[in-house]
Design a protein around this ligand. Structure first.
Ligand code: ADP
Length: 416
C-alpha cells in the first residue's frame, strides 16, 4: 500500500514536470512567434539587424550578439553590426573564412559552440581588440535562406552558469531562420528603394533631352531657337554626366569597397588645385575666391585625390549657392593633432531646420531645385570621404549672410 502511494506520488510528480515543460515549451513558442512577427515587419536593414541581435541576446541570455554577412560579390565575410561598446567600429571588418569560427559555420552549415575562446585558436581576436569587448564564449549558427548560407549569427558570453545548452542552439537556430529571411527581404527592399530613387533623379534630364531633341526636328523653327534648344540639350546632357559620376562615386563609397590610399598629403597644395579648377565658374559670376593658409602647414596622411574631391564638392556648392559678386574663402588652420579646413561663402545660407539633413543622400533644401541643378549627393560623398579619414565635417550657416563648412582631419599618425 505504501509502495502504491509512493508510485502514485512519483507519477504525479512526473506529470507535473511534464506539464511544466509543456508550459515552458508553449511560452518559448509564443516568444518565437512574437520574435518572428517583430523581425518580419522591419524592412530597414540596419534597424532590423539591431533588432535581431537584441532579441538573440535576450533569448539566449548572453551579453552581446553580432551578425556577419557574406558579400555576394567578393565572397568575403564581414561584420554587419555588433552590440556592445564601440560596436560602430565593427562596420565592414572582414573575418577570414579559413580558420575562424564564423568561417567554419559558413563552410559546414552547422552550429558551433565554443565554451572558452581562450582555448580555441579559431577565435578572431582582432575584432575584440577593436571593439574592446572581451569574448569568453560563443554560440554561432548559420543564417540560411533557401538552402543558401548568407551569413552567421553569433551570441557571445553566456550569462548563466553551465554555458550554452542544446536548447540555446535550438532557439538560436530557429530564430536565425526567421532572421535570414527578414534580412533578405530588407536587402531586396533597400535595393529596389535605392534604384527607384536613382532612376527618379536621372529621369528629369533625360525627359528634357528627349523633349528638346523632338522639338528640334519640327519644321519651320527659326535658327536662333534651334540654337537655344541645342544648348539646353548640351547642358542637360552635361548634367546627366555629372549626375552619373556623382552616383558612381557615391555607390562605390557606400559599398564600402573603396580603399583610401595612405600617402603624405599637402592640404594647402590640394586646396590650391581645387580652387584653380573652380576659378572659371567663380569668375563667370564675379565671385572672389581666396585661400588663407599659414606657412608650413604640416602634411597629413590620407588620400589626396579624394580629399581634393571633398574640396571640389564644397567649393562648387559655395559658388553655386552664392550671389553674383560674392566671396568664397578657404581657410586652413593648424590645430593640435588636426588640420581644419573652412570653406566660407557669402551665399543665401541654409535654413536651420534643413541643416541636420543636408549630408543625407539626395537631400536638397526645398526650392533649391528651381534655381540650381544638383543631385543632393555632393555633401554625402564629402562626408563619407572625410569620415573614412577619421575626420569630421560640420556646417554653420546664417540665412542671407552665408555658410561655412568645417572639415577637421587628424594629423597624428595611425588614424587610417
Ligand atoms: P547638390 O548641391 O547637388 O544639391 P549637395 O549634397 O552638395 O547636393 O548639397 C545638398 C543641399 O544642401 C543642396 O541642394 C543645397 O540645398 C544645400 N547646400 C549645400 N551647400 C550649400 C551652400 N554652400 N550654401 C547654401 N546651401 C547649400
Amino acid at each position: 500500500m505504501r509502495e502504491d502511494a509512493q508510485d502514485i506520488q512519483k507519477v504525479v510528480e512526473e506529470l507535473r514536470a511534464l506539464v511544466e515543460r509543456q508550459r515552458e515549451e508553449i511560452a518559448r513558442l509564443e516568444r518565437m512567434l512574437e520574435v518572428s512577427r517583430e523581425i518580419n515587419s522591419n524592412l530597414d536593414l540596419r534597424e532590423l539587424l539591431i533588432d535581431i541581435q537584441r532579441i538573440a541576446t535576450v533569448l539566449t541570455v548572453t551579453e552581446a550578439s553580432s551578425i556577419m554577412l557574406l558579400d555576394k560579390k567578393t565572397g568575403e565575410l564581414y561584420f554587419e553590426t555588433a552590440t556592445g561598446e564601440a560596436s560602430d567600429e565593427l562596420t565592414r571588418i572582414t573575418v577570414p573564412i579559413e580558420g575562424s569560427i564564423a568561417g567554419e559555420v559558413i563552410k559546414t552549415g552547422q552550429p558551433v559552440i565554443v565554451a572558452d575562446v581562450r582555448k580555441d585558436p579559431r577565435h578572431y581576436e582582432q575584432v575584440d581588440d577593436i571593439t574592446k569587448f572581451s569574448t569568453k564564449s560563443i554560440l554561432a549558427v548559420p543564417l540560411v535562406v533557401k538552402d543558401k548560407i548568407i551569413g552567421v549569427l553569433e551570441v557571445l558570453n553566456k550569462l548563466e552558469e553551465g554555458g550554452f545548452t542544446e536548447e540555446d542552439v535550438e532557439v538560436l537556430t530557429t530564430m536565425a531562420d526567421h532572421a535570414a529571411v527578414a534580412i533578405e527581404n530588407a536587402r531586396l527592399f533597400q535595393q529596389s528603394d535605392l534604384i527607384s530613387e536613382v532612376v527618379h533623379e536621372l529621369r528629369a534630364p533625360v525627359t528634357s533631352i528627349v523633349g528638346y531633341a523632338q522639338m528640334l526636328k519640327m519644321p519651320d523653327i527659326p535658327g536662333e531657337t534651334k540654337q537655344q534648344f541645342a544648348e539646353v540639350i548640351r547642358r542637360e546632357a552635361a548634367r546627366l554626366g555629372n549626375m552619373i559620376n556623382d552616383f558612381l562615386d557615391w555607390a562605390r563609397l557606400e559599398s564600402g569597397r573603396v580603399h583610401l590610399t595612405r600617402e603624405p598629403v599637402d592640404l594647402r597644395a590640394v586646396a590650391e588645385e581645387a580652387i584653380l579648377i573652380m576659378r572659371p565658374q567663380a569668375d563667370q559670376r564675379c565671385i572672389t575666391m581666396e585661400l588663407h593658409a599659414p606657412d608650413g602647414v604640416p602634411e597629413i596622411i590620407g588620400d589626396a585625390k579624394r580629399l581634393k574631391q571633398v574640396l571640389l564638392n564644397l567649393l562648387s556648392n559655395a559658388v553655386k549657392y552664392n550671389r553674383d559678386g560674392g566671396r568664397v574663402d578657404v581657410e586652413i588652420s593648424v590645430q593640435p593633432e588636426a588640420l581644419q579646413l573652412a570653406v566660407r561663402d557669402s551665399g543665401q545660407g541654409i535654413p536651420a531646420e534643413d541643416l541636420p539633413n543636408i549630408f543625407q543622400r539626395f537631400y536638397r533644401v526645398a526650392g533649391t531645385e528651381d534655381q540650381v541643378k544638383g543631385t543632393g549627393l555632393g555633401l554625402c560623398v564629402a562626408k563619407q570621404i572625410v569620415e573614412k579619414h577619421g575626420g569630421e565635417i560640420t556646417v554653420s550657416s546664417e540665412l542671407g549672410v552665408g555658410t561655412t563648412f568645417y572639415v577637421t582631419l587628424p594629423s597624428g599618425d595611425g588614424h587610417l
